[in-house]
Design a protein around this ligand. Structure first.
Ligand SMILES: C[S@@+](CC[C@H](N)C(=O)[O-])C[C@H]1O[C@@H](n2cnc3c(N)ncnc32)[C@H](O)[C@@H]1O
Length: 286
């Protein structure tokens, strides 16, 4: 069991989360599409997606830069198998490579563009991780990481049953759990999470951050609706113990397929979130 990936904590059995990660990747694709527009002037020969998971973003990069060699890198072979299948379905050229972040990055070679979505915060030493990612860049190469943004919102404040404001209490419980996850990572280092400052400290320049909206209004289509169900099931599992009995009962009603007020039926469910992408460049002459 590899503690570096947090696999010792069953909450982060990434392979078991494959369906949820792929659905979430698809549901979040509006932000990835907008973020990639910021990269459309580039002509990369080699692209790495570090912590690609099931490859939703990596396949989009492969479609956008068909002449580039695009490699999806992840610590989980099962997720990379999904990425490979996805690439086959979409007819894009994608390589996959199993590697642990950050130790396994050394063997990957360099790239003109490195993308890493929602992965650095799973590494104990985040500043060290950014140094490693910066080290993958060719001179003039671009790094883009997704960190920060806003938690997703799915539920009306008043659901018509239970205590209003469940979503805000779920957010607070998930934030607590996130703190615990970070505290338990091996080699964890406290750092002011000033992502632009940390990218500069990693020797990169032209640092800028941009936030993109994911906005699926009510009533939700099938894909985003299934994604919300998966997220709520996960919340129930990982922070159920931090909620009071009334909130747990409300969550159970939302998740009960036999209940007409459940998330599969509700016309008022929506999905609204914002993701921040931090872009930076390795100087030509470092
Ligand atoms: C939250 S998911 C993000 C997936 C995808 N990048 C996205 O934005 O949807 C985190 C991914 O990073 C991978 N991961 C986490 N820690 C890792 C590590 N130390 N080494 C390699 N991969 C890791 C997990 O297997 C998972 O696929």
């Amino acid at each position: 069991m590899d503690k570096a990936m947090g696999k010792a904590d069953n909450d982060f059995d990434w392979a078991a989360m494959a369906d949820m990660l792929e659905l979430e990747g698809e549901t979040h694709s509006p932000y990835v599409r907008q973020a990639f527009e910021e990269l459309s002037h580039l002509t990369p020969r080699r692209i790495l997606d570090i912590g690609s998971g099931p490859g939703v973003a990596a396949c989009r990069l492969a479609g956008m830069f068909p002449q580039a060699e695009v490699t999806a890198v992840d610590g989980e072979p099962e997720l990379l198998a999904r990425a490979g299948e996805r690439a086959g379905r979409l007819g894009v050229r994608l390589r996959t490579r199993v590697a642990e972040f950050p130790e396994g990055l050394a063997g990957l070679g360099t790239a003109d563009l490195v993308w890493s979505g929602q992965v650095v915060h799973h590494v104990g030493d985040q500043q060290g991780a950014l140094h490693r990612l910066a080290g993958l860049l060719e001179p003039g190469g671009v790094l883009a990481i997704v960190e920060g943004g806003l938690p997703a919102r799915w539920l009306p404040r008043d659901l018509g049953f239970g205590r209003p404001g469940l979503q805000a209490r779920l957010d607070a419980a998930m934030a607590d759990r996130f703190d615990r996850m970070r505290a338990e990572l091996p080699g964890t280092v406290s750092v002011v999470e000033d992502w632009p400052g940390m990218l500069r400290a990693a020797g990169l320049t032209e640092v800028r951050s941009k936030t993109f909206l994911v906005d699926h209004p009510a009533p939700l289509e099938e894909g985003p609706r299934r994604s919300v169900r998966r997220q709520l099931e996960r919340n129930r599992k990982v922070v159920g113990e931090l909620l009071d009995a009334e909130d747990v009962a409300t969550l159970d009603r939302l998740l009960d397929p036999a209940d007409p007020a459940c998330v599969d039926e509700r016309p008022d469910l929506f999905l609204l979130t914002a993701k921040t992408v931090h872009f930076a460049r390795r100087p030509e002459h470092a």
